[in-house]
Ligand binder design. Structure first.
Ligand code: ATP
Ligand code: PAF
Ligand code: BAL
Length: 292
């Protein structure tokens, strides 16, 4: 969606390394924003986006081609688009049963908008491979399911690559275009989500075997402590959710961690002031989920 940062550039770099031609789509997709969300203020930084792409593609990997695809809203939605789902007309894609957990609980129409626009992008570009970030893990796994369910070949499910989240080296905050919304004081507390997820994962890793409730409680405690500190500086910090989910079914995982044959997604969303941050860690072996 543009407003590029080094996390996006990581995806581009991966693609440039493994493919002859890389297409970077920049499109702020109205269909994935609910009417009350931040479509109208979403950052648009076209000049610096182009400069970043030139730096990585022309300067670092000159023998490979990088194309920027910048469609208009009417290119992508020839039947038109309004944000209110009830009012929409035309063709939309829904991955049933996988869009209501985690992010989908707070953003019930988000994945319908994402699945629709990404299907269109895949139809236009027909990529051999597609690159998505782990930061939006539910999105990436849902899209892998979409290409499998729709029998797509471009890309095939195994060629939908999930790239690990790039973070601030100082406090682990996941890079995100929305981080520019944070004020300087809010930014000081934004590492709390990563800190909380790490605290949760430490409990999960405990060989004595701990339950999902203990993991979530450990993470939530960190958020509560940081929220109290933030409040003393006039900053409102509200936890949306911390949850543990199965990466295949997206069901909440409620077994004890001694039964840890499979990896688990530990994810969360935190509001700081008006900025909503998301993040996740995988507990256990993430081998066939993430391409390291
Ligand atoms: N820190 C990151 N590390 C790796 N990939 C990332 C990171 N941030 C975003 N991406 C990936 O880049 C792609 C484009 O994401 P998008 O344009 O929505 O940017 P974003 O920074 O996630 O923005 P937003 O703040 O709206 O979530 C997605 O596949 C997303 O997962
Ligand atoms: C997948 C995506 C490009 C669809 O607009 C967006 O949700 C994103 O960038 O994460
Ligand atoms: N990276 C997720 C895009 C969104 O929140 O709309």
């Amino acid at each position: 969606m543009g407003a590029l940062h080094d996390g996006h550039i990581e995806l581009v770099q991966r693609s440039l390394t493994h493919n002859d031609i890389t297409v970077v789509s920049i499109f702020v997709n109205p269909a994935q924003f609910a009417p009350h969300e931040d479509l109208s203020t979403y950052p648009i930084t076209f000049d610096s986006d182009m400069a970043m792409l030139e730096k990585v593609s022309v300067a670092q990997i000159p023998q490979k081609s990088c194309v920027v695809f910048l469609p208009s809203v009417s290119d992508m939605y020839p039947s038109g688009i309004v944000q209110d789902v009830e009012e929409q007309k035309g063709t939309f894609i829904e991955v049933k049963g996988y869009g209501h957990q985690m992010e989908g609980k707070s953003r019930p129409t988000f994945f319908r908008g994402v699945a629709t626009v990404v299907t269109k992008l895949f139809n236009v570009v027909q990529p051999n491979r597609a690159y998505f970030g782990q930061k939006d893990i539910q999105q990436a796994l849902l899209l892998r399911r979409l290409v499998r369910d729709l029998l797509m070949s471009f890309p095939s499910p195994e060629n939908l690559v999930i790239v690990p989240t790039l973070r601030s080296s100082i406090d682990g905050l996941a890079l995100s275009s929305r981080n520019v919304y944070l004020t300087n004081v809010e930014r000081k507390f934004a590492g709390a989500l990563f800190e909380a997820l790490e605290a949760g994962r430490a409990i999960w890793n405990n060989q004595d075997g701990r339950s999902r409730d203990e993991v979530v409680a450990a993470a939530t405690t960190v958020i509560r402590m940081r929220a109290e500190e933030a409040e003393r500086q006039g900053i409102q910090m509200t936890l949306d959710y911390i949850e543990m989910n199965d990466p295949d079914s997206f069901d909440v995982v409620d077994w004890l961690s001694t039964h840890r044959a499979r990896p688990v997604i530990l994810s969360g969303a935190l509001k700081i002031g008006r900025t909503r941050l998301i993040d996740n860690l995988l507990c256990g072996d993430s081998g066939d989920i993430i391409s390291s």
